[in-house]
Design a binder for this molecule. Structure first.
Ligand SMILES: NC(=O)C1=CN([C@@H]2O[C@H](COP(=O)(O)OP(=O)(O)OC[C@H]3O[C@@H](n4cnc5c(N)ncnc54)[C@H](O)[C@@H]3O)[C@@H](O)[C@H]2O)C=CC1
Ligand SMILES: NCC(=O)COP(=O)(O)O
Length: 333
């Protein structure tokens, strides 16, 4: 049986998402089945598009153009300037994509970037980002943000919070769950049967024996020991000084790096591979990927946005959905 198509959200229409969707269609053609949920009047119309009434029409439609499942927005679009009148519809498109994956009409959700502040101001959106919103829609308490490319996979344990709040929110329970979900995701979605996970310290030099901070001794080391005792197959290494764990030789020693806060994880991958990085949410009951970048208002509407990260996100979503479908078939016979 062929896999259902991926539901690609429009994200913030004033950003680069729609241009990227059209460029992704131009690059991928029929090789990755997907459709875009958007207001067709917002498209840049650089590529042919086909309005579809249902996701089941997407695969045939791809022969003739980018399949678009229409979602009416109240206001026209201005590149680079989010209209608060459109904020609620941006959120509705995400909800609609999740509804379609939950009903089996889509195989995965791929999200174009949203402007978090525009949604907060325009629609009272109360989540820091897709990751937390999708956990809410998926009915799960804990999910993990992973950014993945060929060169590196990174996971921030705390995500979109102020740096001053990191030490308070970085609990043993959160770190344990993050490592467990990361290991399971590497096994199930990336086919790595015995994942090797490097874990960063929080402080410079991983605390240097307590001389530069004590979170490593007080919490991180204990979590790693407990996980190791619970399951001997865990291959954990840490807490490691974050400044020396991302060079090429160090990266060869692990499959994913679990970091303590957003920038500790995202700076290395965006520096190494900004164009090809993909944001994956692990721990959801459905597949979700996204490009690693944001709405890029500064270049929106100029036709110069680089589509590779979205293309890689669509490819990875297809790969993960195919792998999960094959695993289900194996289990059910
Ligand atoms: N998954 C999501 O929904 C994400 C949303 N964001 C949101 O995006 C907004 C803007 O965030 P920024 O920090 O400015 O990051 P950004 O990624 O939008 O832009 C940073 C810089 O990279 C450039 N850039 C980004 N993507 C590009 C592409 N595909 N091709 C060429 N250049 C590109 C931009 O022009 C800008 O100079 C914020 O509201 C943020 O919350 C940021 C990251 C992910
Ligand atoms: N910095 C990564 C980012 O903002 C992605 O957030 P999300 O919307 O995927 O939760």
């Amino acid at each position: 049986m062929s896999l259902a198509p991926i539901a690609l959200t429009c994200g913030e229409p004033a950003g680069i998402g729609l241009e990227l969707a059209e460029k992704a269609y131009a690059a991928l053609g029929t090789s990755v089945p997907f459709f875009l949920i958007a207001d067709p009047t917002h498209l840049t119309q650089q590529q042919p598009y086909v309005e579809i009434a249902h996701p089941s029409e997407a695969i045939a439609a791809l022969e003739n153009g980018l399949p678009v499942l229409p979602h009416k927005f109240p206001a026209p679009n201005t590149a680079g300037k989010a209209d608060p009148a459109n904020a609620r519809a941006v959120v509705e498109v995400i909800e609609r994509a999740v509804g379609l994956v939950q009903s089996g009409e889509a195989s995965a959700v791929c999200t174009n970037p949203i402007n978090k502040k525009a949604l907060k101001d325009g629609a009272g959106f109360e989540f820091p980002g897709h990751t937390e919103f999708l956990a809410h829609l998926g009915g799960v308490e804990r999910v993990v943000m992973m950014l993945a490319s060929e060169q590196l996979r990174v996971v921030p344990t705390t995500i979109h919070i102020a740096l001053k709040d990191v030490p308070k929110q970085l609990t043993a329970e959160l770190l344990q769950d993050t490592i467990r979900i990361t290991a399971e995701g590497l096994r199930a979605d990336f086919g790595i049967s015995n994942p090797r996970i490097a874990v960063a310290g929080l402080n410079p030099h991983a605390g240097e024996g307590g001389a530069m901070g004590t979170e490593e001794q007080d919490m991180i080391s204990g979590v790693l020991r407990a996980l190791q005792q619970e399951n001997g197959s865990f291959k954990l290494n840490g807490p490691l000084p974050a400044d020396t764990m991302f060079h090429a030789r160090a990266r060869a020693g692990y499959d994913a790096a679990v970091c303590m806060y957003h920038d500790q994880a995202l700076i290395p991958i965006k520096t190494l591979d900004f164009d090809r990085g993909v944001n994956v949410t692990l721990g959801l009951p459905f597949v979700r990927t996204s490009p690693d970048h944001g709405t890029a208002f500064d270049i929106a509407g100029r036709g110069i946005a680089e589509p590779t990260s979205l293309i890689e996100a669509l490819k990875l979503a297809h790969h993960m959905a195919s792998r999960r479908a094959a695993a289900r078939t194996e289990t059910t016979g």
